[in-house]
Ligand binder design. Structure first.
Ligand code: NAD
Ligand code: DAU
Length: 368
């Protein structure tokens, strides 16, 4: 079934009416890639980017498409119930793709309440507002919640997260995302709200805020600063290039049945220490440095509290049912990412001044 796409015979908007899609968190890392994909690929859609522009939101991420006639930006905080509802009444969205969230695990350890506010209450507001405008007329409507593999907890040396893995979140961030997943399913069960959820592994690529491991290390290598590795660096993440995630979201949004969950992952597990060493090697080549010089910056620091050991996704369901597989091999994706950060010096400079310096001092000063 193709719910939204205009080629679909099941689509009741075929009469040429514009489809209005709200994308929350569209000024952030993944959200900006999703907005760009939808704005360019679906000129007959109106894409409304709803974002509060927190430290992680940056309209520079969307400079190339901001003047497109099918793109609108709404500066709204989804924790504001009244303003959120007003926006839904004003635009009468046909679909919602919800990415807005507090997303950094370390910040959730120092400030859990802001995660509960945005990720739980913000999601609840969006669900309420969707019900408000849709009433019981759900045909052709869809609420898509973009979630994380961290809701499943942490794996040992073997095994993978499947869609049937029980929830076992372990950080304030992952618990707040798990709570929001539960809320979405509860609205599906209780009010028959048409929803779909995807749980994805670690993304990397252009426009990621340099608090996350890969852009933080690229920035520090460039500036010859220490590379902080938590614990022994043996924790494992499953990395996926952000544009591949955006393509999966597009596919799932348009082709999933209601009420389904899909896991999305790169089948690309790396221990943090090996990943950072690979980055060092690639950066030495790009910067014309002597082989091995960036590796000397690696500094083992105090571990993250409650640090999940390993994430690994079984993405066979989305592959078999919807034909999605990652397109990029990791080294190619890393090179594209490094090249983007080395080229976009102004972007990097602007996001690493001011507030970022304070955050960095608080987060790392004890260790480096
Ligand atoms: P991000 O932190 O880069 O961006 C989050 C965006 O949400 C920002 O633009 C921010 O301004 C906005 N936002 C935050 N609070 C808001 C509020 N109260 N109201 C409106 N907007 C608000 O995050 P990201 O890494 O792009 O992640 C996007 C989504 O994908 C999140 O829901 C996250 O849980 C999920 N996810 C992320 C990853 C990953 O590796 N980054 C993996 C799986 C799932
Ligand atoms: O798995 C999906 C999740 O991936 C998303 O839901 C989150 O929004 C996203 O932030 C990411 O969470 P992680 O905690 O896995 O990502 P992060 O880049 O913060 O850390 C990756 C690994 O690197 C993790 O094991 C912690 C470690 N790390 C991180 C930082 C910032 C370090 O060793 N040193 C660091 O300075």
């Amino acid at each position: 079934m193709n719910l939204f796409h205009s080629n679909s015979s099941s689509n009741h908007y075929l009469c040429g009416l514009m489809k209005k899609i709200a994308i929350t968190g569209g000024a952030g890392f993944i959200g900006s890639h999703v907005v760009r994909l939808f704005v360019n690929k679906y000129p007959d859609y109106q894409i409304v980017n709803i974002d509060a522009l927190t430290y992680a939101g940056n309209l520079e991420n969307l400079k190339d498409i901001e003047k497109n006639t099918n793109y609108v930006f709404e500066h709204v905080d989804i924790t504001d119930e009244r303003k959120t509802e007003h926006l839904f009444v004003k635009h009468q969205f046909d679909g919602v793709i919800h990415l807005a969230a507090e997303s950094h695990v370390d910040r959730s350890i120092t400030d859990p309440l802001s995660f509960i506010k945005t990720n739980v209450m913000g999601t609840a507001n969006l669900l309420q507002s969707s019900r408000k405008i849709w009433g019981d007329a759900y045909s052709g409507k869809r609420f898509y919640h973009v979630s994380t593999d961290e809701v499943y907890g942490s794996l040992g040396d073997t095994g993978f997260f499947t869609e049937a893995t029980p929830y076992d979140p372990k950080s304030p961030y992952s618990s707040s995302k798990a709570a929001s997943d539960h809320l979405v399913r509860a609205y599906g069960n209780t009010y028959k709200l048409p929803f779909v959820i995807s749980n994805c592994s670690n993304n990397y690529g252009p426009n990621q805020f340099p608090e996350k491991l890969i852009p933080l290390c690229i920035h520090n290598i460039k500036n010859n600063k220490p590379l902080p590795i938590y614990g022994e660096g043996k924790n494992i993440r499953d990395w996926l290039y952000v544009e591949d995630h955006a393509k999966a979201i597009d596919l799932i949004f348009h082709n999933s049945e209601n009420g389904k969950t899909y896991n999305i992952g790169g089948h690309n597990e790396y221990q943090n220490i090996d990943l950072v060493k690979t980055l060092c090697t690639l950066m030495d080549q790009k910067l014309g440095r002597e082989k091995g010089s960036s590796e000397k910056l690696i500094t083992f620091v105090k571990d993250r509290a409650g640090h999940d050991m390993r994430y690994a996704i079984d993405a066979s369901k989305v592959a078999e049912e919807l034909g999605w597989t990652p397109s990029l091999v990791f080294e190619t994706g890393l090179e594209k990412t490094i090249d983007w950060y080395l080229k976009n010096t102004e972007w990097l400079k602007s996001v690493t001044s001011g507030q970022y310096q304070d955050y960095y001092k608080t987060q790392y000063s004890e260790s480096i």
